[in-house]
Design a protein around this ligand. Sequence first.
Ligand SMILES: Nc1ncnc2c1ncn2[C@@H]1O[C@H](COP(=O)(O)OP(=O)(O)OP(=O)(O)O)[C@@H](O)[C@H]1O
Ligand SMILES: [Mg+2]
Length: 1003
Amino acid sequence: MTEQDNELRAGTGSGQGGDPGSPRVRLRDREAELRSVEAAVDKLCREFAAGGTEIGGLLAFSGRPGIGKTSLLHEVRRIARLRDGAAVLFARGSERQYKEPYHVLRQLLQPALTRLEPDEFRQVMGTWEEVVGPAMGLKQPRAGARRLDPQGVRDGLDYVITQLAPRRAPLVMIVDDLHWGDHESLSWLTQFAVRSRELPVLLVFAFREDEHDWPNDTQQHRGHVLALATRKHELNRLSLTSVTDMIRAELGDKAEDAFCYEFWNVVNGNPFEAVALLDQVRDQELEPVEENSQQLRELAVDATGMTLKGWLDRLGAATLRFAWACAMLGTDIRIDLATRISTQSAEGARESIKQLRKQRVLTQTPNGNLEFVHPLIGSSIYNTMPEATRTGMHGVAAAEIENAGLGLLAASRHLVETFSGEGDDRTVRKLRRAAAEHLLIGAPEAAQRCLHRALNEPPADDIRAEVLYELGCSALLTDPLATVNQLKLALDPEEGPLRPDLRVDATFRLSEVLAHSGELRQAALVCQEEAEQTADPGDRMRLQAASFMWHAFRRAEEDGPGRSARLAELCQGLTGREAADRAVLAMRAWDLTLRGAPSAEALAHADDVLDGGRLPKGLGWTDSTWGFELPSMLGLTYTYNDRIAQAERLFADAIIQFEVAGWSGAHRGFAYFLMGLARFRRGMLAEAEDFLRRALRLSERIGPKLPLAWDAVGVLVDTLLARGRVDEAWELATTFGFQPPYHDTAMVLPDAPSLYGKLLVAKRRYAGAAATLTEAGAQLEARGWHNTVWAPWAGHLAIAIAADEPERAREYAQKSVRDARAFGTASAIGTALRLQAQIEDGQQAVELLEESVAHLGQSPAGYEHAVALVDLGAALRRVGRLEDAQEYLYQGIELAQHCSAEGLVDQARRELANYGLRPNRLGDFRETLSQPEWDVAKLAVRGVPPQRIADELGVHLSLVNRRLAAVYRKAGSGPDGLASALGLAGRSREATRPGGEVAEGEE
Ligand SMILES: Nc1ncnc2c1ncn2[C@@H]1O[C@H](COP(=O)(O)OP(=O)(O)OP(=O)(O)O)[C@@H](O)[C@H]1O
Ligand SMILES: [Mg+2]
């Protein structure tokens, strides 16, 4: 493989000191850095070949402008390219292009991705093609695509690199001028740097040390990079010896020591300045002798600190204008564009280029474009532009870029720099369109820049509010605070009129953001007030429904029963086919569930909402009219009404749809939470814990103390309690402040105070539990919410006060059973009975638990069933029915193991062991063989070979083998001992299956 083949380089320019086409500079004083690079690349290749896990790393080079970072990176690329098998990706930031979303990442990844064969490309992209493709400029967003969540793009990129790395590994990813990297690329690079250690990827970054060189919106990344680097090098100035060498290499040995010393002092060992000053000395034919050293300082100012006058003198007006056009374009400068922007003729442009090359300002790249010899020169030229010229030329640049067919995305960087205050409708339109395009590639910040600029244009009075609305919506997924402010402004009549349909939408969005930041009351009020002023019946309905919804999610509410009655009324006139009607029905279903009304009613409404078991059009997880709350309520209704499988189907859809839409933040976290809750209700505790922890991690990544974290922690506490990890549950609750005062969001949690009370009971803090649960109960009763599964306060309160106030305890326990029976699900009744049994004794407890077990045995609530079985076993033991006790305890253990309820397993084993019973069932394993397993076992015992068994039974050989393997595993024996293990008489005799059924062929 040649050096060139190895480098998967973007088609963007080159020519700067660090590019393959440019002559190699002899690097001085960089031995330590180069050794570090060699070592890192060595390690990368070695560990990769050895299949290690700590493979990658991050090398960071920083230093002042011109100190030699780019030159060093050039060496890094050379070293890496020479390694067989290593692939090198390269990109660099640009001072003029840091506002172009994904500018750096597109350079870095496009070449590697476009080289993949179509099949490989699909594998590498996985389900992320619609997310990563548009962001990387590899394809247009799908027609009708939605805004992308930037976090989704980053997750997609993680996936893509994880897929790409092993195919091209090891990868050396080099980014120069990281300080000018665009915000979107930097966000991913710093996130990815954390993970890169486990991948065969070496990251090498170079950036200016001084934070002033980092544009405001990228400054935070500097700290991240420095913190993450496995090795950091700040480049030092060159030594006197090195600079003297450089001078003598250029001017000959006649250069006197004193001259060289002064030269070194003047340039302060900075190689860029040294090279520039050497050029001046040569141009001015200054003799390098001691007497002339006084003139060096003046020459140095000319060499590096160029003013407008300096450049004008050197280049002339026309050529300088061409240089300005180039400076605006940044890197990889197209000659035709620069020509048109500088309004020169082709002939004039040719002349300018010739001049600029001669003056060592520009150089031509291998692809025929132009490049500044050094970015410092580009900056110097750009900075000499008078303001009016600059803004004017940016306007021309925007137009020319669009005319050249490069699209609004590329043009918009210039549009935002143009004059404002002209009130040009066309500019406003373009900026709004550019904003919309930015949202489709997951760059909301860039969209906001466009919309802010549009507001400054300013737009016509009648669309001003609309632009504000768009501005508010652009930050929906990333910046809740900004969204709230901007949407409030959009709705403010003083800002001008807003189209009625947009008013409704703006109100809904505003309420959504308020709700997601925990301001549920505010959210409900906003919708209510707007509904009162909305004429269109459909729109009014939407807002009323939203207001209901937010109220329903609140922990405390002034008029719960009233709202519920109004909701019931609203439901009566509904035809049920429109999305809005179904939305109201879904809300009613959830409201009924919380009220503990007969389960069948809630389920009937819920089934009316679905279309053949699926979410109807307009109410999908990513539909924007209603938001994800609606389908959530539906799924929750199924979860709490014992139709968990249906709920899980909906939640699994949510996870997939959020992923495909690239909504990787709170949305995906919430879907994990819901799935965790469903798994918990079903008794799949280990899986529940896993989903809930994922939800919690995502929430933490977005920000501290979000309602999502609260929800996840709540159910996680419940899950840990179920797994018998009480102290861990307590610690988690304490760490996350899951205790009074409660969040105003009740969202979907099992009622938080009930849960907290339950935790206190588990910690045997009965007094605190009693107070908490009494208060919770009073509130819920006033509100008319009697669901004993969602808010199991009464049952736990009974336990908390049983010792001190047995009579009151009994009343609460009975009330809970009454409420559960009114609700009517098997899991609710079974659990309420079990809790009641906990405060009873003797035969009464046994009877309650027998009924509880009978109910739970018909519910999907596996863990609840296991607890009841164990409790029943214990109660039976207490009344002396040891044999029955043993049977239930064994059943309880089996189910508890299945649920990963380790605490419960231990508890049941202790119960058995304490009373001299065997802690494990030495059951007859033959009971565990299925009929098909028996069928193959009987034949195998007779010595029939597998293929013949397959033929005889008419099934596939692989299936026979699988069944045989299961038989051997269960029997704890191979073919030889199978007959005796099965109690069969080997080769000729067969036996009876336990249970008395006569096996075929018995004598
Ligand atoms: N170690 C070195 N020995 C000799 N010359 C060097 C050395 N490092 C850099 N140079 C010369 O100095 C000039 C500036 O170097 P370079 O462009 O690498 O600086 P830089 O740190 O990347 O600057 P910037 O911060 O502007 O990107 C180059 O033209 C190169 O020829
Ligand atoms: Mg550089």
